[in-house]
Design a protein around this ligand. Structure first.
Ligand SMILES: NC(=O)c1ccc[n+]([C@@H]2O[C@H](COP(=O)([O-])OP(=O)(O)OC[C@H]3O[C@@H](n4cnc5c(N)ncnc54)[C@H](OP(=O)(O)O)[C@@H]3O)[C@@H](O)[C@H]2O)c1
Length: 298
């Protein structure tokens, strides 16, 4: 099987390159290999790489910047996925694509299910929702995996920001009224590999249905609770632990509005593929162990 990964330099993309290797030949393309802002580049890339499975882990992920850069965010997150899906269909490839909890407004009192009506609060969420719809409209075999609050040992993420700020500040104010599931990129990549393995089997038996599925770690936390767990787990890396203060969203204004409830119900993923991601606390523990191992390398 030939698997092509777009966005191979991102948090999820880097982990996918590793997790997908047991399934076949992996072709990992970074932005230079396939720039989604250049729609004319996409057909040639798909045609030349001839994937059986195409995984799109590329995305415009700067949520606040997207507010003033919506045209580019929408091109990359909304339009390009439709072109990718169209090209994947032409070569008979399964398209796996990632979307986000930010398609919801967060007003629901329980975890969101796939059929809940989306209502994004920000430009990033609007672009991602457009991407989901464009993939559906292309009509090829696809799986859209909505995930949330991704962290990894490398890249831009909350875990790394907290570890840096802990070295720079005595006190940190962190929002405690937004709740979601912090999800380790490696757990997403491993779960994606299993989903692809089973989906390809379904396709072989002509029993495959394209679907939108929620895929996050189990459990939930606020950003404040996540920060607390990071400082508990990384106490060996932090010389003097800063005081953590819980604040309300209103006290930490950002260009993009964010949902208060980001929790996604992942029952459908479990029911179809038997896949459940570990608790977010377990992902954090293993990611911190990875960071420690990296630090020990000469
Ligand atoms: N991060 C989260 O919390 C989160 C939550 C829910 C869903 N998601 C979704 O999960 C997917 C992967 O996210 P991630 O956390 O791995 O993001 P990430 O670490 O920011 O990686 C995104 C990758 O996309 C690449 N990229 C950006 N613009 C591109 C373009 N025009 N053409 C080609 N590549 C481009 C970036 O390339 P460079 O390395 O060159 O910048 C980067 O390697 C995205 O679809 C995202 O929307 C993420």
């Amino acid at each position: 099987m030939r698997l092509v990964v777009l966005g191979a330099n991102g948090q999820i993309g880097r982990e996918l390159t590793r997790s997908l290797t047991p399934l076949g030949d992996v072709v990992a393309l970074d932005r230079a290999g396939c720039d989604l802002a250049r729609l004319d580049m996409i057909p040639g890339v798909v045609h030349n790489t001839r994937p059986d499975v195409l995984v799109n882990a590329a995305g415009y992920t700067a949520v606040d910047k997207a507010e003033t850069d919506e045209a580019l965010a929408t091109l990359v997150n909304g339009t390009a996925p439709g072109v990718i899906a169209h090209e994947a269909r032409k070569v008979g490839a399964l398209l796996v694509h990632y979307s986000t909890d930010y398609v919801f407004d967060g007003a629901k009192a329980a975890p969101y299910v796939e059929d809940d009506p989306p209502s994004p609060l920000n430009a990033y969420g609007r672009g991602k929702l457009a991407g989901e719809r464009a993939i559906g409209a292309a009509g090829g075999d696809h799986l859209i995996l909505r995930t949330s609050w991704v962290f990894a040992a490398r890249g831009h993420n909350f875990l790394r920001t907290m570890l840096r700020l802990a070295r720079e500040r005595d006190e940190l104010r962190v929002v405690s009224d937004q709740v979601g599931a912090p999800t380790w990129a490696r757990d997403i990549a491993d779960a994606t590999a299993e989903v692809i393995r089973l989906a390809q089997r379904e396709r072989g038996g002509r029993q495959f249905n394209s679907e939108l599925l929620h895929m996050t770690a189990a459990g939930a936390a606020s950003w404040h609770g996540f920060a607390q767990a990071i400082f508990d787990g990384a106490s060996d890396r932090i010389a003097s632990r800063p005081t953590l203060r819980a604040i309300a969203t209103e006290d930490f204004p950002t260009p993009a509005r964010r949902p208060k409830n980001s929790q996604l119900c992942c029952d459908r993923l479990r029911e179809r593929f038997g896949v459940t991601l570990p608790q977010w606390t377990s992902g954090l523990e293993r990611c911190l162990a990875d960071l420690r191992a990296d630090a020990k390398e000469p």
